[in-house]
Design a protein around this ligand. Structure first.
Ligand code: SIN
Ligand code: FE
Length: 296
């Protein structure tokens, strides 16, 4: 089905020592998801203490570590338990780096890692009482685009592993190809007001000035999430990632929604476009083709 994101299974069963794989690289660069149903992230008995939703800070869905920043954020854990959480997240980061560096050495991924997270809460768990705005509701199909973090067209590559201790899948929906989604919503987007990007940067709303590309990507994220008819009727399919499964995709390109599940590890990379083989398939080039403008 050309009209829905392809999901391609790969029989990988170890993180280390993979050979470069141009076929899988083409799958993800063209907007597919590569899933490895036999690539588990093993946890020791001590580490099973991680299977506790209350480890996550009330206001957050993720416990995360950012390279170059000391310590972990988003957790209530203290003392030895905090050290255990930090050590496992670090071990997951190193496993993901080995995997991506083996499969796709041209990405130089470890040098472009931007964060690693553990998500101990069940999706939809609102016991913390925080009201989730529709913009942050990841059960709605979306591409990843972050208001404070302009990319200027750099790619967002993510590795996910479901580590649920029994049988609960991480259930996603994936949607239509990026170009189809973009063609549908672009007519409803608006240009940045003159000086707007500069002002948001000066006010520290953004980490660097938003490019025309970032401005469009955020609007596509919001327009898709904010359209209940689209969410219901657009081309889509459900996919269950079972415990012991690892999957890889460019989440700035794949329309995705996380519907249910608990206990996930995730590694993010920000890749310069120069690292990508099929640049023509990237969101930046796709939007430039559709708008007839240079966007970053
Ligand atoms: C997302 O990136 O939208 C959420 C992924 C997940 O938590 O499964
Ligand atoms: Fe997302």
């Amino acid at each position: 089905m050309d009209d829905v994101t392809p999901i391609v299974a790969a029989p990988l069963d170890g993180w280390e020592g993979r050979s470069p794989d141009a076929t899988l690289r083409a799958v993800i660069e063209r907007g597919g998801v590569v899933t490895c149903p036999s690539l588990a992230f093993a946890l020791s008995d001590d580490e099973h203490a991680l299977f506790d939703a209350s480890l996550a800070d009330d206001r957050r869905k993720s416990i995360y570590v950012r390279p170059g920043r000391a310590g972990i954020s988003g957790t209530t854990a203290t003392g030895a338990r905090r050290d255990t959480v930090a050590a496992v997240i670090d071990r997951y980061a190193r496993s993901a780096h080995a995997l991506i560096d083996g499969l796709f050495p041209a990405y130089d991924a470890p040098a472009h890692a931007t964060g690693t997270s553990f998500r101990p809460r069940a999706i939809g768990d609102v016991s913390s009482g925080r009201a989730l705005s529709w913009r942050k509701d990841d059960t709605r199909l979306h591409i990843d685009a972050f208001p404070s973090n302009p990319t200027h067209g750099e790619r967002i590559l993510r590795v996910f592993t479901n580590v649920h201790p029994t049988t609960m899948p991480r259930s996603w929906r994936v949607g239509e190809p990026f170009a189809a989604m973009a063609a549908r919503f672009l007519p409803r987007t608006r240009a940045l007001p003159p000086g707007g990007a500069w002002l948001m940067h000066r006010l520290n709303i953004t980490k660097r000035p938003r490019s025309a590309y970032d401005h469009l990507m955020l609007q596509l994220h919001d327009l898709a999430k904010g359209d209940p008819d689209y969410q219901r009727t657009c081309p889509q399919r459900e996919v269950d990632f079972l415990p012991g499964t690892t999957w890889i995709c460019f989440s700035d390109q794949v329309m995705h929604a996380a519907m249910s599940g608990q206990f996930l590890f995730e590694q993010t990379y920000r890749l310069p476009l120069a690292r990508i083989a099929d640049v023509d398939a990237s969101p930046l080039r796709t939007l430039e083709r559709l708008t007839g403008r240079v966007l970053a």
